[in-house]
Structure formats: structure tokens, C-alpha cells
Design a protein around this ligand. Structure first.
Ligand code: SF4
Ligand SMILES: [Zn+2]
Ligand SMILES: [Zn+2]
Length: 302
């Protein structure tokens, strides 16, 4: 198999594009796809400051590597979830990455903030670890970006993530969530812009890029990953992709073309009466979950 661009030996075939590439042209392809996503969706300009959220896994660390390589001004943020036997390793990879590539890193430790890890907090608040984790991460990313003057928050969601989230929401006809599966969620008041520059790349392409660039990343799975329902959908979509290469890509592009069918996914936001961050209700979900006593006092006063 020969590289389509230079006729040297190909190291990978991108089935969805029917494109065999050598190492040099594959690296160039990946970098080009990220730059194309940033340009196509007007994600960020080079003079703006981007907060890259990293978990220690391949997607977020490859995103940080790529944005740095493409000349963007980035800082890193890691949320230490306090999951014993997992979070210590994730954090270590984030710290090593920041050190290796000389990037500023901030760590927010859930145990330090709330005295307990996600597992214990989930039990106390009657939520699943994943729904609490999502709530906590979204709240802290946004708060940190807002308070530290970043223009946007970048996350490592790839094409597979976007397509499986889209499919999961379609299966449940959650229209407002469907509308939100776009590569950019615009800034609104204290809600910072969120961008997904890896949206044109599959998990396989990112893993191959990380391997070729020798990016050190954690290979462990979160102990709660098996509970995430979208993983099952991801698996089914992968099977479909094997028999019909390019399905995921064309499905997602089709969504982008027709997304107006699902409305703008816009809701009227107001400031939370306790913390001041955006919410659709009087008190945000984060405060309702973590500041129960203050919520009771507030309800008593008003
Ligand atoms: S699997 Fe669940 S708890 Fe673990 S990192 Fe993902 S969302 Fe958080
Ligand atoms: Zn080549
Ligand atoms: Zn609040």
C-alpha cells in the first residue's frame, strides 16, 4: 500500500476517505483537519487565550499537543475527581505532559474542595457518578475560564464522541440536546464559548497520531466508564463503520447541514441567585447539589 500523496510506503489507510498515507502525510493530514475545524467553525483566533481541559487520556492530551503545535495560546486545566486508584494516575499524566511541553497547568481537586471524591459525593447526593462528574466538570471549567479571562474552553471530543452523543439523543428524542451537538457552543453572559477542535477526527486517527508523536497518555479507563450508555452506541456505530466506511462522518456532516431542524438549542439563561453563574432556574444545579444549606436559607428568606 502506497501513500496517495508521495508514493512512499503507507503506514495507515483512512477508510472513510479511502486514503492511504505515509507517516509524514498522515501527521500533516491530522494537523490540517484540526486547523480546518477551527477555521470552518470560527472557533478561535491565534491571539486569544484558550483553556484546554485535560483528563490525562489520549484525546485531550493530543488536542493540547496539536493546538500548541499549530501556534495557539493555551493553558491546561485538570479536574482531579478523587477516584481512588484512578485519579492519581490521570493527574500524574497531566502533570508530566505540562512539564514535558512547558505549558501552564491548573489542577482543581474535588477532594480538596468538598472533602470527598466523586464516588462518595454521588452516593450522598443520590446521583450517578457520571452525572455528578459531568455537572462538576462543566461548572469548574466554565468558572475557571470566566474568572481567568480565557476566550474559550476547548475539549477533546472527537468525531466518534459527537456522533454517539448525537445518536443517543436522537434515540431519546431529546431535541434541545440534539441541537447542542455542534462543534462550537457560543458564549452567553458568564457562559464561556466551548469548542471541539477534534470534531473532524476519529478516535482511531487520534490514537495513531498520539502514538506517532510519542505523546505519553494514560491508557486506563475510569471505573465508571462501563455505566456510560453512549459507549454501547459507540460500539454499534463502529460495527456499522466497518461495513460502510464513512458512515459516521457523513452522518455528522448531514447533521451540521440540517441542524436548524432541531432549533438553536437556545434557552433563556439567568444568573444563579447563589453563585451568579448561568442557569435556567433560579438556583443552578451545582448549588442545588453542593450548597444545600445555603439553598434552604435562601428559600426561607425569599
Ligand atoms: S466515566 Fe463517568 S465518572 Fe468516569 S470520567 Fe467519565 S463521566 Fe466521569
Ligand atoms: Zn506520503
Ligand atoms: Zn449556583
Amino acid at each position: 500500500m502506497k501513500c496517495r500523496k508521495c508514493k512512499e510506503k503507507a503506514i495507515i489507510k483512512l477508510y472513510e476517505h479511502n486514503l492511504p498515507l505515509c507517516k509524514e502525510h498522515f501527521l500533516e493530514f491530522v494537523e490540517g483537519r484540526v486547523q480546518k475545524a477551527i477555521t470552518d467553525f470560527g472557533m478561535v483566533r491565534k491571539k486569544e487565550r484558550v483553556l484546554v481541559v485535560i483528563s490525562g487520556g489520549k484525546d485531550s492530551l493530543t488536542l493540547a499537543f496539536l493546538l500548541r503545535k499549530l501556534g495557539y495560546k493555551i493553558s491546561l486545566l485538570h479536574i482531579d475527581l478523587g477516584i481512588d486508584g484512578y485519579s492519581e494516575i490521570s493527574r500524574k499524566f497531566c502533570e508530566e505532559f505540562a512539564h514535558l511541553y512547558q505549558l501552564p497547568l491548573q489542577v482543581i481537586s474535588i477532594k480538596k474542595e468538598w472533602g470527598k471524591g466523586i464516588k462518595e459525593l454521588a452516593r450522598e447526593t443520590y446521583k450517578s457518578p457520571c452525572s455528578l462528574c459531568g455537572l462538576v466538570k462543566r461548572y469548574y471549567f466554565n468558572k475557571f475560564a470566566y474568572e481567568n479571562g480565557f476566550s474559550c474552553v476547548a475539549t477533546g471530543h472527537n468525531l466518534d464522541d459527537m456522533v454517539s452523543a448525537l445518536m443517543a439523543n436522537l434515540l431519546g428524542w431529546r431535541i434541545s440536546y440534539i441541537a447542542k451537538q455542534t462543534p462550537v457552543l457560543p458564549e452567553e453572559g458568564k457562559l464561556k464559548k466551548r469548542i471541539k477542535p477534534l470534531v473532524y477526527l476519529t478516535e482511531r486517527e487520534i490514537a495513531a497520531y498520539a502514538f506517532l508523536q510519542r505523546i505519553p497518555f494514560s491508557r486506563q479507563d475510569c471505573p465508571y466508564a462501563y455505566t456510560a450508555s453512549f459507549l454501547k452506541i459507540k460500539h454499534l456505530l463502529n460495527q456499522l463503520e466497518v461495513s460502510s466506511p464513512g458512515t459516521k462522518y457523513s452522518f455528522y456532516l448531514g447533521f451540521l447541514k440540517n441542524k436548524q431542524l432541531f432549533g438553536e438549542g437556545k434557552v433563556t439563561l439567568r444568573e444563579c441567585a447563589l453563585c451568579g453563574f448561568p442557569t435556567v432556574t433560579e438556583i443552578c444545579s451545582f448549588c442545588k447539589t453542593f450548597r444545600k444549606e445555603e439553598v434552604r436559607n435562601y428559600a426561607g428568606e425569599s
